[in-house]
Ligand binder design. Structure first.
Ligand SMILES: NC(=O)c1ccc[n+]([C@@H]2O[C@H](COP(=O)([O-])OP(=O)(O)OC[C@H]3O[C@@H](n4cnc5c(N)ncnc54)[C@H](O)[C@@H]3O)[C@@H](O)[C@H]2O)c1
Length: 451
């Protein structure tokens, strides 16, 4: 009898997850909990600890310091002088002095364990994001990490399960969801201007050759962590900048979900070619093997029959692009540069004045109110500021966060799933349903604002 009941609840769990929606083994039973709506106690003051203050971290730390109702109380880095430099900056600007946890591989654990910290902000190399987020949540802290939040599917499941267990927020800091053009696109989609959405295109196309080979004290990554990752892994190691906004346009995890994907990589040419020119053809850099194919192209199909193309190339000479394309039955928006075409003249892009009028009419409320301050604050045209502004606003009000732990897990899971598919000649790979069926009832993200 017990066996029968367990089997019944297992099957119910499977039905909730949607047929074919892969779920972690042994994770189907029990009540399904909607973490999209996770609300935590409002924080009158958000006390932030920042781990990792290399090239990216200081910008976030300094933005937090300037936000109302936010205080940077702790800073950590493997390299002590980097953490101390940020402490000194805060002191010089008249902010309270933060505690420094630095100089060893595990000093950051002290920051997570501190009772003075509410929010742990992680800006370290990719492989450390998930272990640090998990530790922070288990220590009772909200955890936000740079992109991607995890590099394996297992880590993605761990983030979801730990968020559910600890009731602490876990969010990926996908700043591109707050870009001026991405918010405009979201506003067009929410207002039905593009009709029924059925295809998106996203990318991270950015020439990072020099930074990957540079030494850490000469503008490169600490210990060349990115180059090392690219020596070991194929697929798309950095899928979320273009993908996150497209998922928000399409309400992925909130009415639709990824079903399967297929990913194909070109061969590797760019890093070797660059290394030969810069270091010589017999140098260790030029003779090393790089697993990462130059151009990785992934196509995802959703259960509602929609498609998303995602590309990655950081190894070649080319202008920057995230593509940022969304196609509906009544029109299309495509970025780099921003263009829109709409019925009844869908065959040609809107002229400058018509595009300006459309932008005026459909500017996202968050951008309308805070766009100028965001631009002044710097950081990728203002998106970095809006991301942190909105995050802290939600924490202060006890609201659910815009990027749920499901989004965090799903978008990050492509790191391993694309590699698996690319290594099998583009074989079709099922994408797990990290929501366990919640996607069917979760409400779409509205046009979010800050009061
Ligand atoms: N969202 C964006 O627009 C954006 C832009 C740039 C970088 N990033 C992401 O930010 C992250 C950091 O990138 P970066 O360019 O600053 O790299 P970086 O190498 O300059 O900085 C990483 C920092 O982490 C520190 N660190 C390493 N191990 C540590 C440990 N055990 N404890 C504490 N600190 C440790 C390093 O010493 C270094 O200072 C990456 O995930 C990157 O992809 C995101």
């Amino acid at each position: 009898m017990r066996m029968q009941l367990e089997r019944r609840s297992f099957l119910k769990g499977m039905a909730l997850a949607g047929i074919g929606g892969m779920i972690r083994p042994g994770f189907a039973q029990g009540a399904v909990d909607d973490l999209t709506e996770l609300r935590c106690e409002p924080l009158a003051k958000v006390r932030v600890g920042v781990i990792g203050v290399g090239m990216r971290g200081p910008g976030a730390l300094q933005k937090y310091a300037r936000l109302p109702g936010v205080e940077v109380v702790a800073v950590s880095d493997l390299i002590a002088r980097r953490a101390e430099r940020q402490r000194d900056w805060l002191k010089k600007k008249g902010y309270p002095e933060p505690k420094v946890y630095a100089g060893t591989e595990e000093a950051w654990k002290g920051l997570c364990d501190s009772s003075e910290v509410d929010l742990v902000h992680i800006t370290t190399p990719w492989k450390l994001h998930a272990p640090m987020s998990l530790y922070a949540m288990r220590a009772g802290k909200h955890a936000v990490s740079e992109v991607p939040s995890a590099v394996t599917e297992d880590e993605c499941w761990d983030l979801v399960e730990t968020c559910a267990k600890t009731r602490r927020h876990c969010m990926m800091l996908e700043n591109c969801c707050y870009g001026e053009n991405e918010l405009f696109a979201l506003s067009l989609c929410r207002n039905g201007v593009l009709g029924t959405l059925f295809h998106g295109e996203a990318a991270y196309l950015h020439d990072l050759r020099k930074m990957q080979f540079d030494e850490e004290d000469k503008g490169g990554y600490q210990g060349k962590w990115r180059l090392k990752f690219n020596q070991e892994h194929d697929g798309n190691p950095y899928p979320t900048h273009g993908l996150g906004p497209v998922c928000q346009y399409m309400d992925i995890n909130r009415g639709d979900r990824f079903d399967y994907l297929s990913s194909i990589s070109s061969g590797e040419f760019g890093l070797t070619d660059y290394a030969r020119t810069r270091f010589g053809k017999d140098s260790p850099e030029a003779t090393a093997k790089y697993a990462l194919g130059d151009m990785n192209t992934t196509v995802i199909r959703t259960v509602r029959g929609r498609t998303i193309m995602v590309q990655h190339d950081t190894s070649n000479a080319r202008p920057y692009s995230r593509i940022n394309l969304i196609q509906g039955t009544k029109g299309i928006l495509c970025d780099y540069p921003l263009r829109v075409a709409l019925e009844p003249n869908g065959h040609s892009w809107l002229k400058d004045d018509a595009l300006a009028a459309l932008k005026e009419k459909y500017t996202h409320p968050l951008w309308k109110k805070n766009g100028e301050a965001a631009k002044r604050s710097g950081g990728h045209g203002g998106m970095d500021y809006l991301l942190l502004l909105r995050l802290c606003y939600c924490l202060q009000k006890g609201l659910p966060l815009d990027i749920s732990v499901y989004d965090t897990a799903l978008w990050s899971s492509l790191v391993e799933l694309t590699e698996k598919s690319a290594r099998k000649r583009g074989a079709s790979i099922d994408v797990p349903d990290f929501t366990k069926g919640i996607w069917k009832t979760a409400k779409p993200l509205g046009l979010v604002d800050v009061g």
